[in-house]
Design a binder for this molecule. Structure first.
Ligand code: UPG
Length: 528
């Protein structure tokens, strides 16, 4: 689809899923669209509990994204035009003075005085819809985002299904927008937004947080069931269409690990597939060159129109935080860099809950490594002996608050990232050239880990010490892998690969690159 029309669509509506890992890339997308001047306005839909997070992220986006260049008004005005008049509504007589006024403007052609540039604060609008009040019994009232769920495994599907009760308030709110949005970008989990879009004749693009590898492989597995004949979770099976790939059931999570697909999770997947078939296509937070065989497969086998416009985090990374003093965490990283001590960043995203016994093994492993680390322990229980914090002292930072992960990864002292392989973390690590210690725990993370370690070669894999899917990872394995990544030979190899990928990602998003072009095509899909 080529850009056949130069005027941007006036107005785009974005409706992210109520989960940080799905909302953050949509905020980065808003950032990018503003920066590229591809849209004139964005309206975000969310719920009141999620609005503050979106508002604070958007205000920094908006303040930096639009600039105004002011040229000096010509000073050789015709006699009847009073000085200071710079707009036709200020003319004493429009009939007599319109032509002299318009002709005068030609003097601006070669302005000799330097223009002044000022930033315009241009805030996308946020529409907060009420969160459904008929919550399933196990979801505490006030919980409006998946990171607040007491158990993501048990409550994700009831939570996602509950959101369908927002359909009528969303229909009402979006149909009242003026001008009407010419495109709706909504999360694949918000299945019912497709039906609203169809009803109101608004084209919709679907956003999922997943990469192309995970999306393609899980779809092939559910369609062809290559694991139907394997006898145990560790027996390898091939993936039709990709002979070089070999998986085990341990690489998959429910419902995809069982060839007999059924149950509420599978029903939810089927609902999404049906709704998506009525959409204009998918937005992928990836770039074509990174996962081309998988995007080509989606296109040729299933006719899926996908726009690879990422990595979206680069939009945020490039704008940075202007005029703000470095946080204490960044100052500590500066101190590590000054003495040449590499740092491991340890964080498992926004949804994973780690058992206390596993937390203890991590603590022992990190301590014994004698290396430096930042460990995000927000939302996790702490189970280590009293002396732990004193013993690790200034070679670590234990953080209980929300941090700016991208800013940390971008710091030169950070040489490795122990991650659960949420797709955003993978993209952020890649864009900052930081190799990973891949420790997937749920959702599509095991496929992401396989892709990152085996296909891309930008990391090392952590596995349970007893070889099982969900077993304990012992302290000695954590210690060994951490040392290998930060100061070992394998670590140097994967770091080099991560740095090469960071360059490739930047090329894709730079002018003329694949993602740069795909973004224009994506916007233009609303016009056809
Ligand atoms: O203190 C924090 C913690 C997280 N983040 C950001 O939060 C996002 C987390 O996203 P991700 O790494 O993808 O982890 P999850 O939130 O756990 O991701 C969920 O959503 C992803 C996208 O669909 C999936 O790939 C994962 O499997 C699923 O768990 C990233 O942008 C991080 O930079 C911060 O900025 N500060």
């Amino acid at each position: 689809m080529e850009n056949s029309c130069s005027s941007p669509p006036p107005h785009i509506a974005i409706f992210p899923f109520m989960s940080k890992g799905h909302t953050i890339p949509m905020l980065h997308l808003a950032h990018l669209l503003h920066h590229r001047h591809l849209i004139s306005h964005i309206t975000f839909f969310t719920t009141s509990g999620n609005a503050p997070f979106i508002r604070s992220s958007l205000s920094s986006v908006a303040a930096q994204s639009t600039s105004i260049v002011s040229l000096p008004f010509p000073d050789n005005l015709p006699p009847d035009i009073p000085s200071g008049v710079e707009s036709t509504d200020q003319l004493p007589s429009i009939d007599d003075l319109f032509i002299p006024f318009a002709n005068t403007l030609a003097h601006m052609r070669s302005s000799t005085t330097s223009p002044t540039t000022s930033h315009r604060t241009y805030l996308p609008s946020i529409v907060s819809l009420p969160f459904p009040d008929n919550l399933p019994p196990d979801i505490p009232s006030g919980v409006e985002s998946t990171d607040q769920l007491p158990s993501i495994d048990d409550l994700f599907i009831p939570f996602a299904n509950t959101l369908a009760h927002m359909r009528s308030s969303f229909t009402q709110a979006i149909s009242q927008l003026s001008p009407a949005p010419s495109l709706l970008i909504s999360d694949g989990f918000l299945v019912w937004t497709q039906y609203v879009a169809t009803e109101l004749n608004i084209p919709r693009l679907v956003y999922y947080g997943m990469g192309g590898f995970a999306q393609t492989v899980s779809s092939i597995v559910s369609q062809h069931k290559p694991h139907a004949k394997v006898s145990c979770t560790c027996e390898p099976f091939a993936i039709p269409g990709f002979p070089h790939l070999s998986l085990t059931k341990s690489d998959l999570e429910p419902p995809f690990d069982d060839p007999d697909l059924k149950g509420p999770h599978w029903d939810f997947v089927v609902e999404q597939v049906v709704a998506n078939s009525a959409s204009r296509g998918f937005i992928m937070n990836s770039f074509y060159e990174l996962e081309s065989p998988y995007f080509d497969y989606m296109d040729s086998k299933w006719g899926i129109n996908s726009y690879q416009v990422g990595p979206l985090c680069l939009a945020r990374l490039d704008s940075g935080k202007k005029n703000q003093p470095p946080s204490p965490l960044l100052q500590w990283l500066d101190s590590r860099l000054s003495v040449n001590h590499p740092v491991l960043y340890v964080s498992f995203g926004t949804q994973v809950k780690i058992s206390l016994i596993q937390m203890k093994e991590i603590a022992i492993g990190l301590e014994r490594s004698r290396l430096n680390f930042i460990w995000i322990i927000r939302g996790q229980g702490c189970y280590w002996d009293d002396g732990f914090e004193e013993r690790v002292g200034d070679r670590c930072r234990l953080v209980k608050e929300w941090v700016d992960q991208l800013e940390i990864l971008a710091h030169k002292a950070v040489h490795g990232f122990m991650t659960h392989c949420g797709w955003n973390s993978v993209m952020e690590s890649m864009c900052t050239g930081v190799p990973v210690l891949a420790w997937p725990m749920m959702a599509e993370q095991r496929l992401n880990a396989k892709f990152v370690v085996e296909e891309l070669g930008m990391g090392l894999r952590i596995r349970a010490s007893d070889g099982t899917k969900n077993g304990l990872v012992k302290a000695e394995d954590i210690e060994g892998l951490m040392r290998e990544l930060l100061i070992g030979e394998k670590g140097m190899t994967v770091k080099k690969k991560a740095e090469e990928l960071a360059v490739a990602a930047r090329q894709a998003t730079s002018e003329g690159g694949s993602s740069y072009i795909a973004l224009e095509k994506m916007i233009n899909c609303a016009k056809h």
